[in-house]
Design a protein around this ligand. Structure first.
Ligand code: CA
Length: 230
């Protein structure tokens, strides 16, 4: 089933805005458009979109400054569409509460897929049926019983490995920043210790990936974080 949504496109570049509008409408989504931050904020209240596609380079404000206010007044999925391929900015966007990001020039199919994924997770969460089992390739993660198996065989993980995997599995197909993962697994005092995370991910890959040097399950988002492909 195709799930359609109301999408607020926040983008000052007319060509990109049109491209986004056409792409979204072809996929059956309804589109409202804002050319600057001020318009975006007022449309947010009036239109109550399900998804906000947010450009960061806006004429009146930095798009990053909009993420907090959007989060506070709406439950919309926020996907940052940025021209700046700057990993620290992506990290900031995620830590401020963005759900995902794509970098321009973006692939429209990829963007639509990200939106579908986000909407699907949102719907599952809204239905209240907590996802307790996540499947990723031949790996099965049972969050309720804290059990992980590969090809039907139990895999023994260290407590930290399990905690990292569980965090990723609770939000499959979404990037979690290093900070988010470190904060929830090791605690706020350890958000700088990226090496802890690297060691845990290396262990997970060795135990779960078919080829740990070519990870297909736990995907590295360069200098940003990790994503579990479910
Ligand atoms: Ca722009």
């Amino acid at each position: 089933m195709v799930q359609t949504a109301k999408i607020l496109v926040v983008e000052d570049d007319l060509h990109i805005r049109r491209l986004l509008r056409t792409t979204m409408q072809r996929a059956g989504h309804a589109v409202v458009e804002a050319a600057d931050a001020r318009q975006a904020v007022s449309l947010l209240d009036i239109e109550q979109p399900d998804v906000v596609l947010l450009d960061l380079g806006l004429p009146d404000r930095d798009g990053l400054e909009l993420i907090g206010p959007i989060r506070r007044r709406s439950t919309a999925i926020i996907i940052v569409v940025s021209a700046r391929d700057d990993s620290s900015e992506k990290v900031t966007a995620l830590d401020l509460g963005a759900d995902d990001y794509v970098t321009k020039p973006f692939d429209t199919d990829e963007l639509l897929a990200r939106i579908r994924t986000a909407l699907r997770h949102r719907r599952t969460a809204a239905a209240g049926d907590d996802v307790t089992v996540v499947e990723a390739g031949s790996v099965r993660i049972d969050l309720e019983h804290r059990r992980v198996s590969k090809d039907g065989l139990d895999v023994h993980l260290t407590p930290k490995e399990y905690a990292v995997l569980a965090e990723l599995a609770r939000r499959p197909d979404r990037v979690l920043s290093h900070t988010q993962l470190l904060k929830s697994v090791w605690g706020p005092a350890h958000v700088e210790r990226v090496e802890y995370l690297r060691i845990a991910v290396r262990g997970l890959r060795q135990k779960l990936e078919a080829d740990p040097t070519q990870p297909k399950l736990i995907i590295n988002e360069l200098a940003v974080g990790y994503r579990l492909r479910a």
